[in-house]
Design a protein around this ligand. Structure first.
Ligand SMILES: Cc1ncc(COP(=O)(O)O)c(C=O)c1O
Ligand SMILES: [Zn+2]
Length: 388
């Protein structure tokens, strides 16, 4: 709609948005989409939004797809922001919320990014898409590629939750299980893509998945009456959710919808895979790979992220931070969230609640603040983690 160009997130160099792009040719880093926001603001108004479609495409002026005919949708986005009064009351909190991303197609927030990326692939006439995935991005690509009549070539670790493997197979994707981590899957895609004619839609090596994810930020503001919470806790692997929201806040400020105040953003990682937490604590700009990564929260088993410096910058500028929690804490937190609020969170979502407890105890979050936990998927996709 109002997309003007792409720009390298490290050096700022402009890149062409009229052809398919991966990581920036200048620095090998993520590209961000830029828009003519003044033009977008002429039709994208708070008033106009009242009557729009209840999906992320309600914000189409600030999304990259040129023609409505290219939009590949399964009804993603506009998920509920659920008040969590019983969970909050345990900590004297009156304004605790859960953004329930399990209510997306394929039951995870990954649907947002893949809807945008596959729509752009359709606009560009691409037919074969490939992705390395910890699991949920794979399921989402399988679904949107099927919806668009494209091929999905998916590489996942062999020990990815069964639900992710089955959903990909049942939606007609070509599934390869790799003995290794998501980084090994990424290497496999990189090695084969040229010969196979695949377009690589890896996290942040494709510019438009982040655009789909940024609608999380727009929704949050709209659902809170055009205010932002004091604190956001987000489970982070590759970082698109957190990075996307951070980008949305800047755009909304330019649109004149919010001021310069930002929520304190906290990354939540697993104790067994916490590259961003380590880099945050040691003051590094980039994060070293977490060797020997291990956690049952498969979405958090991302030992190295290409957008590490963007995440770290957002955490620091927002006055937030980075917290690691153990798998045991995630599993215990799952039942607490489930029993208190009727939401059966994914381990990654439960991790946010476990992190909240740490941050309250450390007085980095205060009980009277407005706090949003992101439940990025459902426990139903991780049945291996519970019981016998
Ligand atoms: C359920 C869930 N939560 C969180 C994440 C982390 O997301 P990101 O890699 O965008 O940081 C993932 C990634 O696979 C996931 O599947
Ligand atoms: Zn660059």
């Amino acid at each position: 709609m109002h997309l003007t160009h792409l720009a390298c997130t490290l050096c700022g160099k402009e890149h062409d948005a009229t052809v398919p792009q991966n990581a920036s040719a200048c620095c090998g880093k993520p590209l961000f989409a830029h828009y003519d926001l003044a033009a977008a603001a002429r039709t994208l108004t708070k008033d106009a939004l009242r009557t729009r479609v209840k999906s992320l495409w309600r914000y189409h002026e600030v999304l990259p797809v040129r023609s409505e005919a290219d939009i590949v949708t399964l009804g993603e986005g506009w998920t509920p922001l659920l008040p969590a009064p019983r969970l909050g009351a345990k900590h004297g909190m009156g304004k605790l919320f859960i953004k329930d991303e399990a209510q997306n197609p394929t039951a995870s927030f990954k649907a947002r990014g893949m809807s945008a990326a596959v729509s752009m692939a359709k606009q560009f006439g691409l037919k074969k898409l490939a992705v390395p995935s910890a699991g949920n991005a794979a399921g989402a690509l399988a679904a949107y590629a099927a919806r668009a009549g494209m091929e999905a070539h998916i590489f996942m670790p062999r020990d990815t939750p069964r639900a992710n493997i089955t959903e990909c197979e049942q939606m007609g994707a070509h599934v390869t299980l790799v003995a290794g981590l998501i980084t090994d899957c990424g290497a496999e895609v990189a090695k084969r893509k040229a010969a196979e004619g695949w377009f690589d839609v890896s996290t942040l090596k494709e510019p438009y998945r982040a655009e789909g994810k940024k609608t999380l930020g727009y929704e949050l503001a709209e659902q809170l009456g055009w205010t932002l919470p004091d604190v956001i806790l987000y489970p982070t692997g590759g970082g698109t959710g957190l990075i996307g929201m951070w980008k949305a806040f800047d755009e909304m400020e330019q649109l004149g919808w919010i001021g310069s105040q930002r929520p304190r953003m906290f990354t939540v990682q697993a104790a067994g895979c916490q590259p961003i937490v380590r880099a945050f604590e040691s003051g590094e700009k980039f994060a070293a790979e977490h060797l020997g990564a291990q956690t049952r929260a498969s979405g958090l088993r991302v030992p190295k992220a290409i957008g590490d410096f963007i995440m770290l910058d957002a955490l620091r500028k927002s006055g937030g931070g980075a917290v690691a929690v153990t798998d045991e804490e995630m599993i215990a937190s799952t039942k607490e969230v489930g029993a208190a609020e009727g939401v059966f969170p994914a381990p990654e979502g439960a991790a946010c609640y476990a992190a909240l407890k740490h941050l309250l105890a450390a007085k980095k979050i205060h009980a009277e603040e407005t706090v949003v936990l992101f439940n990025t998927s459902t426990g139903l996709k991780y049945l291996e983690c519970y019981g016998k």
